[in-house]
Write a protein that binds this ligand. Structure first.
Ligand SMILES: [Zn+2]
Length: 624
């Protein structure tokens, strides 16, 4: 699992052992267990070549009730239906949860999809029995409160916690701010500004009253006065600070990734919205203008047309002294190194940048806040990677360099070196099509710890994927590869350190091995199978090849490949993917994942995919 849910799936909550229970007594009525999904027509798998999931071993231990998910007093994210899973200790047990019969698998595991418990004290009541022994267990949960309708009669009640704005705000004077609150539909809601001006909130959807005002209207604070008949109440509105052009503020972007040690690993992360996705990874030390704040996020200006957001803790404020004139890019130089080519662009100051892939053999480098004054680009006579570089001034203070490659993009590294931005373009390795993995360096990353999912009978994702990785290593080595493991013990390795380990080993590919789980509200009885994740387009072909290999070997439902902004997949120097071969929370798949033969099939799927991917590079080269 690569998601970070509010509550991890590792909490084992209820463990009860039946006193006097034994395995004798009448055999429980055996119920057919739903068959696991098998490969669909999308996989080119031949069912005859690879068996489906191995049979679930029979376990007939002491009756117990062990609920892995949800944990006691957990707040469920949904209100309609959700999953609950764990084990009974015996495949001969019968189980009901909240009065509904639940299938128990031969190994004692269960996974049920049930209505979310309701009432003042929502809880799951489990009753298990085996022969003459029986057990009950209770897992209390919390359910997010529904909004209580505000009464139109009686005492005036408003939802004081619903007021907006409700966080620290610094905005330009004319920016719009929504002032709103939940109050009864038959009340009058008036914004009384700090400077005494009053404004009636006239827009209402349901019981939320709102009005849009300019930030300057709240620069002296204010209050909402809610009135109905003789009854009234007052709720204060946050004061908005004004970011004036008269007093611009500057900040230096910092690196807050403490796993990083060298300069190229250190990045500052910028986002398109507060708490939004990671989009720009720029050099620490880049100086930007601060133009606003929402809560713990600062808005910073990259150039005249683009403002982005950064965590407040990831900047050092420099005050209102304008630090420097605008960066200028000068004459560029292309040179050839061992396995790569460098585009070196002198820039007078560190600038924010973005690397994109407009097509498979083009890299586009955008420099924000930069004026380009490139007269000359100096090329190497024989460059196996970079064919040409063009540049344009796409806006007053935004420059763009287009790097035309002789091959499909394989990897790159952008770094700041002695007054220049260097875009290092990696050449695809030379591949022997008959032995595609010979000489390759493959980084194998067994996912977790920290975090990770746990299955119904307690199989921990981090342990299972280490077993798969240990099976993958000799498979790759026997095909001539060198394997770099990011983890060989059960000790935690920080997430951000993993791609760094791969890059320092100059790995030709990074494969991160995981097992999937689902967030609250998704039905694992319907949605489970094999999926692969990539982030950079240079990894898309690797993702498809490994997905095909895993679907072929594992015979689970083909869930396809996914673009996803994941830490390990963000590695730029080599194609990097994250595999979710199976679902550890689904009992049949969890049982299979304890089986060394099935672990080997997971590893074989990855090895087949890697081979297909590198063979494809040899074919591409042959076509040129
Ligand atoms: Zn994971």
């Amino acid at each position: 699992m690569h998601l970070v849910p509010a509550a991890t799936l590792r909490n084992v909550v209820v463990i009860l052992f039946a006193s006097g229970a034994c395995s004798s007594g009448p055999a429980p009525a055996s119920r057919p267990v739903p068959a696991p999904p098998t490969a669909t027509a999308r996989g080119k798998a031949s069912a005859a070549a690879t068996p489906a999931l191995p049979p679930i071993p029979s376990v007939d231990g002491q009756l117990q009730l062990r609920v892995v998910y949800p944990s006691a007093n957990q707040t469920l994210a949904v209100r309609d239906s959700n999953f609950i899973f764990g084990s009974t200790g015996s495949g001969r047990a019968t189980l009901s949860i909240n009065g509904r019969e639940v299938a128990v698998l031969p190994n004692g595991a269960f996974l049920a999809w049930l209505p979310v418990p309701a009432g003042d004290h929502p809880q799951y009541e489990l009753k298990a029995s085996k022969g003459s022994a029986s057990l009950t267990a209770v897992v209390p949960v919390a359910v997010r409160a529904l909004q209580v309708p505000l009464p139109d009669t009686g005492r005036l009640v408003v939802d004081r916690s619903s007021i907006t704005p409700n966080e620290r705000l610094t905005l330009r004077s004319d920016e719009r701010v929504v002032v709103s609150i939940r109050a009864p539909g038959n009340a009058d809601v008036v914004l009384r500004r700090g400077d005494g001006v009053a404004l009636t909130l006239s827009h209402r959807v349901g019981d939320r009253w709102s009005a849009e005002v300019a930030a300057r209207a709240l620069s002296h604070g204010g209050a909402l006065v809610i009135r109905r008949g003789d009854d009234s109440t007052i709720v204060n509105v946050a004061t908005v600070r004004l970011a004036g052009r008269a007093h611009p503020q500057y900040a230096e972007l910092l690196n807050v990734n403490d796993a990083a040690r060298s300069d190229t690993d250190q990045v500052s992360i910028l986002r398109p919205a507060p708490r939004g996705t990671y989009k720009w990874f720029v050099f620490p030390g880049t100086v930007v203008e601060v133009t606003g704040q929402r809560g713990d996020f600062l808005r910073v200006r990259l150039d005249l047309q683009l403002e982005v957001w950064v965590e407040e803790r990831a900047v050092k404020l420099l005050g209102d002294q304008e630090p420097a004139r605008r960066p200028v890019a000068g004459d560029a130089h292309v040179s050839v190194g061992d396995g790569f080519s460098d585009l070196r662009i002198p820039v007078t100051h560190r600038a924010a940048y973005l690397v994109e892939y407009p097509s498979p053999s083009v890299l586009r480098l955008t420099l924000y806040g930069v004026t380009s004054n490139v007269d000359v680009v100096n090329f190497a006579t024989a460059d196996p990677s970079i064919r040409d570089v063009t540049w344009e001034q796409v806006a007053t203070d935004r420059a763009r360099f287009t790097v035309l490659l002789r091959h499909e993009s394989y990897g790159y590294l952008a770094f700041w070196d002695r007054g220049a931005l260097v875009l290092r373009v990696r050449r695809p390795p030379a591949i022997n099509a008959d032995r595609p993995l010979a000489g390759r360096v493959i980084a194998v990353d067994p996912g977790h710890p920290p975090a990770g999912a746990t299955g119904p009978t307690g199989l921990y994702e981090g342990d299972a994927v280490l077993d798969v990785a240990n099976q993958l290593k000799p498979l790759l080595e026997s095909r001539g590869a060198t394997v770099v493991m990011t983890r060989v013990t059960r000790d935690a390795v920080p997430l951000n350190a993993r791609p760094i380990i791969a890059r320092r080993a100059n790995a030709d590919a990074l494969v991160s091995i995981h097992l999937n789980a689902l967030p609250d509200g998704a039905n694992p009885l319907r949605t489970s199978g094999t999926g692969t994740y990539f982030f950079h387009h240079q990894a898309e072909a690797l993702a498809r090849a490994v997905q095909r290999g895993m679907v072929h070997q594992l015979q689970l439902r083909d869930l396809g490949i996914h673009y996803d902004n994941l830490a390990v997949a963000r590695m730029t120097w080599a194609p990097a993917i994250l595999c979710e071969g199976a679902f550890v929370i689904v009992p049949e798949q969890e049982a299979a994942l304890r089986n060394p033969e099935f672990q080997r099939r997971y590893a074989m799927g990855i090895a087949e995919g890697l081979e297909e991917f590198f063979r494809g590079i040899a074919v591409e080269r042959g076509r040129r």
